[in-house]
Design a protein around this ligand. Structure first.
Ligand code: SF4
Ligand code: SF4
Length: 301
């Protein structure tokens, strides 16, 4: 019942959305300053591309991504180059894939803090690696322990997307974070959005506007800044769904001719990948094990 009410709610909101002017939130976030370097509100980095949850409908297409671990020195070099264009980067979000599959995730957290001393750093995890050790103690596993120490020492917070398989561990994990002194935010993961349109014939302005009203998620990867992670990772699902993804585009963060102001401007313009995202969504219940690309596609009903 709740699921269907939500589905109806989103249907109405998304249709209303197309009639409204751009949201104040987006305009405020992307305000530029009349002098000096501007502020970048947020940037996302993948720590890994692959994931141990494999949710059907994953917006970063992780179930289709080959195993990939971020190379720490080059990731930090890219972040430093990007940081140099801006007075400040407000939020750095480390995600994937599942960040805790990277054996040196804690090191990356520390590195990001050294490049962006004043940013809010958030690691987004599904928490599978945070399950208490199975040796009879309630303490965290060695992986979780090292990760928590790095978060505490570098003032990073954790957003735990709580999917059904982890719900039984909720209290134990909360207690683990409390003891470790690390800020934890829990977001229940009950639903996913299907938006993929493999024909690539969506009005890019509409699709982009729909997105930016809700999300501001520039993505840094291999020395380039993309409008979003989907623009880069569309190729992963395209190979499976039998279409050819457009070039991911992106901006070279080492290009001296590109100012922070110009980057902000381009981040507020649709990219070629937007033609593959519907300007509305099909809401579906969370499930695991997705590798059927058809489940990612927007269908009426
Ligand atoms: S937990 Fe699910 S949504 Fe998150 S990255 Fe993994 S597969 Fe994607
Ligand atoms: S490709 Fe465009 S429409 Fe799709 S998620 Fe990214 S910004 Fe949004």
């Amino acid at each position: 019942m709740v699921f269907w009410l939500k589905r109806m709610f989103f249907w109405v909101v998304f249709r209303l959305d197309q009639m409204l002017p751009p949201s104040l939130g987006v305009l405020v976030r992307n305000r530029t300053w009349p002098w000096g370097r501007p502020v970048l509100d947020a940037v996302e980095l993948h720590v890994t591309d692959h994931c141990n949850m494999n949710c059907t409908g994953c917006s970063h297409f992780s179930p289709f991504s080959p195993k990939w671990f971020a190379d720490i020195p080059s990731t930090l070099r890219d972040l430093k180059a990007l940081r140099a264009r801006f007075r400040r980067i407000r939020h750095v979000n480390l995600l994937g894939g599942e960040p805790l599959l990277h054996p040196r995730c804690g090191e990356l957290v520390a590195g990001v803090r050294s490049v962006c001393p004043d940013a809010v750093i958030t690691v987004v995890t599904n928490g599978l690696a945070l399950r208490p050790a199975r040796d009879g103690t309630d303490g965290p596993s060695a992986v979780a322990d090292a990760f928590l120490s790095a978060c505490r020492e570098n003032r990073a917070r954790v957003k735990w997307t709580l999917y059904p398989p982890m719900r039984a561990f909720r209290r134990q994990v909360q207690e683990m974070f409390r003891k470790a002194g690390v800020s934890l935010r829990i977001e229940e993961g009950d639903e996913f959005w299907a938006r993929l349109v493999p024909e690539g014939n969506v009005d890019v302005r509409k699709a982009f506007r729909f997105c930016r009203r809700m999300m501001y998620c520039p993505y840094l990867r291999d020395g380039r800044l993309y409008t979003c992670a989907q623009a880069y990772h569309l190729k992963d699902v395209a190979a499976k769904a039998g279409f050819t993804a457009p070039p991911a585009g992106g901006m070279d963060v080492y290009d001296d001719a590109l100012t922070g102001r110009e980057m902000l401007r381009r981040l507020m313009s649709p990219c070629a990948a937007c033609a593959y995202c519907a300007d509305s969504v099909r809401l579906m219940r969370w499930s695991r094990g997705g590798t059927n690309a058809a489940e990612w596609m927007r269908r009426d009903g």
